[in-house]
Design a protein around this ligand. Structure first.
Ligand code: M6R
Length: 609
């Protein structure tokens, strides 16, 4: 994905655009560029590399005067990161400059059409096709040209557009990629995400698919795909700008790890009243819960790992069959669903392309879709039958941490709510689960208290070549997430296996000194895990064990290093065991000198397939 920002007003555009792009750099960071109308025409400056390179060239924006402009930070899809492939892309005759987030799927066909008509292309990007088409269809009316283009392109796009003929306007349109319009006083904005414009305004309008925005400094007008004017109700952003800043931490990731207790509190406490789970935002009666014959959880990456934990919670509490699927597989595998199927979609961003496609597939097949989303008003949220928001606040680091924790909390809430409505679970047992859920924020704080132990351990193993995570039941689920966290930010090869699978192959990978992290918090299978620990130690592995405090002594007898977490309901254990494992990934990456918040080849949300 990429980041888009646009400005029209009375101040200099370029310094604002650079500031906005800095807030969006988590979305892509292999190149950046801006286009500004400078009184005579469109002036474009762009460069391969981090935003700081562009910032240097533009001297913080001072080198590019003008009060109307668009900017872009890129995560390459079509064409390698290079100056020429960076955005903005400009049309042949210099009439249009375009920034784009998404993928134009039929760009080759459209490009060939234009090539046959003599249009010359300079880049390998799909975006250039949009710029060229705009000029090709432009007959003096930009709105109409945009409509002609969106009538023809297939795929996903959020586009910011400026036109040399209309120096007093910024245009924007989107489909399946996020784009907001910010409303100021004497100035207006576009952006891929709120933090980019929060220093200027809290009043925003979200563009829906194929809606077009035409901004002048004093007005923002909106049109539907047929170019008819429409009204949009602005909404006010409630969260504070400090939520999207590092606040004294060296990295967003550490800040977000430390924010987990508070994020859990905000997510859980409004939904428990008088000892009962209350999901105000969801319409799910006892009768409807009874009719659910199957539950699917569909998501990607970390959000998918939440689904793996969910399976244990749902099957334990509800005894209803459940499948957990990676969205990119689900959407193409002809899943068996009907109106009695509940599909739970999990997504931090609410914009992940595969997850969104899976949602649409599920709805097409008649299933009811409940989504668990962090970004308010995102596409997944708006297309679901019901939405439960995780109140984690903005998550900026590419590696997801507080989103994982709050998604888990919502999963527990949903599972407990359904159990409550079904009424099969004995009241005392329900009360104990709910009490544990309420304690979760404090217990997460307790797990965070001993960072030094993990830091010390990381200092001994940050040079490891391979690291394996093992666990059973919910500990396996947490191991999957721990392994993903470590590999994505530290680039150390890592895998997660169930303890029982080791001897079916993976154990052959172990050598003298290989690090194995054994999650052994699930009491019922603790002894089985100790057998697995003995097996790996017998092959020379060094073992860090994680368990609950009551088993510390037993763990000490078998493992080289130990970390203990508080005891809690079994299916909630990953909420606590993941904390030292997130910290471990963080410290290892930090000691290796990795770019923790912006790991190579990744972007915060994957809005392309
Ligand atoms: O925004 P989403 O939750 O839909 O994103 C899903 C994954 O792309 C995301 O969790 C990814 O795996 C993270 N980088 C993991 O830290």
């Amino acid at each position: 994905m990429c980041g888009i920002v646009g400005y029209i007003g009375e101040e200099q555009a370029a310094p604002f655009l650079l500031g906005g792009l800095q807030k969006l750099e988590y979305r892509g960071y292999d190149s950046a560029g801006v286009a500004v109308y400078n009184g005579t025409g469109l002036h474009v400056v762009k460069s391969k590399g981090r935003l700081s390179v562009l910032d240097g060239i533009l001297q913080g924006g001072r080198a590019l005067p003008g009060v109307v402009g668009i900017g872009h930070t890129r995560w390459a899809t079509h064409g390698a990161p290079s100056d020429v492939n960076s955005h903005p892309q400009v049309s042949d005759g210099g009439m249009f400059a375009v920034v784009h987030n998404g993928i134009i799927e039929n760009y080759l066909q459209l490009k060939n059409h234009l090539l046959r008509r003599g249009v010359e292309f300079v880049s390998d990007t799909d975006t250039e096709v949009v710029a060229q088409m705009l000029e090709y269809y432009y007959k003096g009316d930009v709105l109409e040209a945009i409509g002609q283009v969106t009538d023809r392109v297939e795929g996903s796009y959020a586009l910011g557009i400026i036109c040399a003929d209309c120096p007093e306007k910024v245009f924007a349109v989107r489909k399946d990629s996020p784009l907001i319009v910010g409303l100021g006083h004497g100035e207006n904005f576009i952006a891929s995400d709120i933090p980019a414009i929060l220093s200027k305004t809290r009043d925003i309008c979200r563009l829906r698919d194929r809606e077009i925005a035409v901004l002048e400094k004093d007005t923002a007008r909106f049109f539907n795909a047929d170019r008819e004017p429409i009204e949009k109700e602005p909404e006010r952003v409630q969260w504070d700008i400090s939520a999207a800043e590092k606040g004294g931490f060296e990295h967003f990731m550490m800040k977000e790890i430390c924010e987990q207790p508070e994020a859990l509190r905000k997510t859980i406490s409004p939904r428990i009243r008088d000892g009962r789970i209350v999901l105000d935002d969801v319409e799910l009666t006892a009768e409807q819960v009874r009719r659910i014959s199957k539950v699917f959880i569909v998501a990607c990456g970390t959000s998918y790992h939440v689904g793996v934990v969910a399976k244990y919670a749902f099957e334990k509490l509800l005894r209803v069959p459940m499948e957990v699927d990676v969205a990119s597989e689900f959407r193409y595998r002809d899943p068996i669903l009907d109106e009695d199927t509940l599909v739970i979609i999990i997504s931090q961003s609410g914009e992940t392309a595969d997850t969104l496609a899976a949602l649409r597939e599920a709805k097409k097949r008649g299933a009811r879709v409940l989504s668990i989303v962090n970004v308010v008003g995102s596409t997944i949220a708006s297309e679901s039958d019901d939405v439960l928001y995780t109140w984690a606040g903005p998550e900026i680091a590419v590696a997801s941490t507080k989103a994982y924790s709050t998604q888990l909390a919502v999963i527990y809430l949903v599972a407990l709510y359904m159990a409550q409505e079904l009424g099969h679970t004995p009241p005392a047992e329900m009360a104990a689960y709910i009490e544990d859920l309420q304690r979760l924020p404090d217990l997460a704080s307790a797990s965070l208290a001993d960072k030094e132990t993990i830091q010390y351990f990381a200092s001994k193993y940050f040079n490891a070549k391979d690291i394996y995570f093992i666990g059973r039941n919910v500990d396996y689920a947490a191991s999957l997430e721990a392994s993903l966290k470590l590999k994505e930010i530290s680039y150390i090869h890592s895998e997660a296996y169930t303890g029982g699978e080791l001897k079916h192959g993976p154990i052959s990978l172990l050598e003298d000194g290989t690090l194995v992290v054994a999650a052994c918090t699930y009491g019922r299978l603790f002894d089985k895990m100790m057998s697995n620990v003995r097996e790996v130690k017998a092959r020379g592995a060094v073992v860090l064990g994680i368990t609950t405090r009551d088993r510390e002594e037993s763990l000490k007898q078998e493992t080289d290093y130990q970390f203990c977490i508080p005891k809690i309901t079994d299916f909630m254990l990953p909420s606590l065991s993941i904390i030292p494992l997130q910290l471990f990934a963080y410290y290892v990456a930090s000691m290796k000198g990795c770019d923790i918040d912006k790991p190579r080849n990744l972007a915060k949300s994957v809005t392309v397939e």
